[in-house]
Design a protein around this ligand. Sequence first.
Ligand SMILES: [Mg+2]
Length: 156
Amino acid sequence: MRLIYDLDHTLVDSSHRQATLPNGNLDLAHWVENSTPDKVAQDTLLPLATVAKRNMGRCEVIACTARVMGPADYDFLLDHGLLFDRILSRPEGVQTPDAQLKTALLWADAMDLGKSFYRYARESLVFDDNENVNITLTSFGFRCYNAISINKELSA
Ligand SMILES: [Mg+2]
């Protein structure tokens, strides 16, 4: 079993510095402007992060994010005990919408593992707040869960 977690609005509450476009994608320009180390350090963990941490070391746990990861982002994850087996993230300068970006990142991860994308998908659970991502990945055979409703249930 492989657990695949998005970061923003799934494991990490970065809402104080984030703008999401109406289609659910990250507003990249706004995001980059607000990704200073000071602001990143003010992010907090969402309830699902506790579940993710509990599974680390027990099964494969991967982050799959539309962020361009910088040093402050990696520091934040380490400081909060989020020790992923792999972190898949947006390459600098790539503007691809989140759903297509994540499909490509996961496809490449499957190839690295020497698995067919279908087999990789069948072994994976995905947690993401972006319904476009969940719909797209479901079409490839991933089991996807809406992180917003899970976080709501966990905090109730
Ligand atoms: Mg998200």
